[in-house]
Design a protein around this ligand. Structure first.
Ligand SMILES: *Cc1c(COP(=O)(O)O)cnc(C)c1O
Length: 477
């Protein structure tokens, strides 16, 4: 037995590299990442290669090790130099992410110490850190200090947690689900419909409220629908509004919707995944007026706080209900359950074991302070206004004024099908690759979206986008 143990130990000890091995491997990883960051200005925002990363498959996971240089080559060729580059300042499609550097260092530290941030007993400091971040969100978003919250992997899970809590708070069950009604607009993010289905609410009635010319919910229309449904013996229980819709960046009239929800005793969930942190700016505060009237809110630090992908958050005013919906006691966890001074993330989420994700936001907030974050968001609001002005001078039509940092526009051709032309235009821009823009369909029209949120996108990048769009129009028309 001891001989066998000796053999096994020798092999398993390979999982603990020596200080020298750590240093040499780390140096190569750092050199690679520095190279990436120093060259980020020259990297394309979008690159389509015919092999599509298939080289990875030629190097299957095997019993035997490979050296770091070869591994970095695989990563470089097959992953980091293909497709959409979210780290690029030229990423102006979808809702861009970012990836501020100190988050990477936060992740590194969290991974090295591997603190367990699920339960207060296990790591009081890690849980306090996450709860401090939730409390700071509450302050920024106008929520009471007593609100509970959870750091999730993203906005979709945040929306799911809110919808599950709303379902239980409003006692939706097998007896009433089919006559229970959820109100939203066609502009709501599809993670809402997904969450509704996962939460077992697929049999609910989904009422799509009409939107105005700026693609915002019309409050009177919402209230009429609720009243009519009540008259017909149905059970309205949930309104979902959006602060920053994905298509156009529209903000539903939050204040008026909050009043309607209160009057009719409905749960009001606000999906502010994209728009929420604009509350750090004066303009954002005006635009998101009434935000505190919501019962739950979803925000996405991996969008509007620029951290790398993997961090969303949900805040819920009714702490007890959130715990009732998401906490569970297991026998094997009994020692961990007697601490009461802080809420434990595991009691507010479907997750038990999770990444210590607080550190990837706490570290940059501590090292930068909040001012550059607010400035960066203000900058994006202004840049969107600038693009909105300038793109019209190039003969494009705009569909609505930007409320946040998305502009919807399309080129109006004198002859031929404008949908067809704009499809060719987006293709030309994507093939060029220096910037990346996306498209959507609004009122049956194919339209282009200019959407900026990367912390790296500044005036020079917007000017380049305008220049490229102008050049491609000239070539195509
Ligand atoms: C991005 C987004 C989501 C989904 O969030 P993920 O972080 O991608 O899961 C939900 N709602 C809105 C409005 C969004 O912009």
């Amino acid at each position: 037995m001891f001989e066998r143990l000796d053999q096994l130990e020798k092999l398993s000890r390979e999982l603990e590299p020596t200080a020298e091995q750590r240093e040499s491997t780390r140096d190569k990883v750092i050199a690679y990442s520095e190279n990436f960051l120093n060259g980020i200005g020259e990297l394309k925002a979008f690159e389509s290669k015919p092999d599509k990363g298939i080289g990875l498959l030629a190097s299957p996971i095997s019993e035997d090790p490979m050296n770091i240089d070869e591994v970095i080559d695989l990563l470089h060729l097959n992953v980091d130099s293909q497709g959409l580059n979210p780290a690029s300042a030229g990423h102006m499609g979808y809702i861009p992410g970012g990836g501020i550097y100190y988050s990477a260092l936060g992740d590194y530290l969290a991974d090295v110490s591997n603190r367990y941030a699920g339960i207060f007993f296990a790591s009081p400091g890690a849980v306090r850190m996450e709860n401090m971040l939730i409390a700071w969100f509450a302050k920024v978003l106008g929520y009471p200090e007593t609100a509970a919250g959870n750091l999730t992997s993203g906005g979709s899970i945040a929306n799911l947690i809110a919808i599950v809590t709303a379902r239980d708070a409003k006692r939706i069950n097998s007896l009433n689900v089919a006559r229970s009604v959820i109100y939203l607009s066609q502009q709501a993010h599809h993670s809402i419909q997904k969450a509704v289905r996962i939460a077992g609410l697929d049999e609910c009635i989904l009422r799509y409220v009409n939107v105005d010319e700026g693609f915002r919910i019309i409050p009177d229309d919402l209230e009429n629908l609720i009243e009519e449904d009540k008259k017909n013996g149905l059970n309205p229980f949930l309104i979902v509004a959006t602060a920053g819709t994905t298509d156009v960046g529209a903000i539903d009239p939050i204040d008026a919707i909050g009043d309607i929800a209160r009057r009719h005793e409905l749960w009001f969930h606000l999906d502010a995944a994209y728009g929420g942190f604009f509350m750090l700016t004066d303009e954002g505060k005006k635009k998101l007026k009434g935000i505190e009237k919501s019962d739950s809110i979803c925000v996405d630090p991996h969008k509007s706080l620029f951290v790398p992908f993997g961090l969303g958050a949900v805040l819920i005013k009714d702490t007890r209900q959130m715990q009732k919906s998401l906490a569970y006691l297991a026998n094997y966890m009994q020692d961990a359950m007697n601490s009461t001074d802080e809420l434990s993330p595991a009691d507010l989420s479907p997750e038990l074991t999770k990444h210590f994700r607080g550190l990837r936001l706490w570290l940059p907030l501590k090292l930068h302070g909040t001012k550059p974050f607010a400035a960066c968001l203000d900058e994006k609001l202004l840049l969107a206004k600038y693009f909105y002005q300038e793109i019209q001078k190039l003969g494009f039509e705009v569909l609505c004024e930007p409320e946040l940092s998305v502009v919807i526009y399309r080129y109006v051709t004198k002859i031929g099908d404008p949908d067809e032309f704009n499809k060719r235009l987006i293709e030309a821009v994507q093939n060029d690759g220096r910037i990346f823009i996306s498209s959507t369909t609004l009122n049956g029209k194919f339209v282009l979206r200019f959407s900026i949120l990367s912390f790296r996108t500044h005036l020079e990048n917007v000017k380049l986008a305008l220049k490229i769009l102008g050049e491609k129009v000239d070539v195509l028309s």
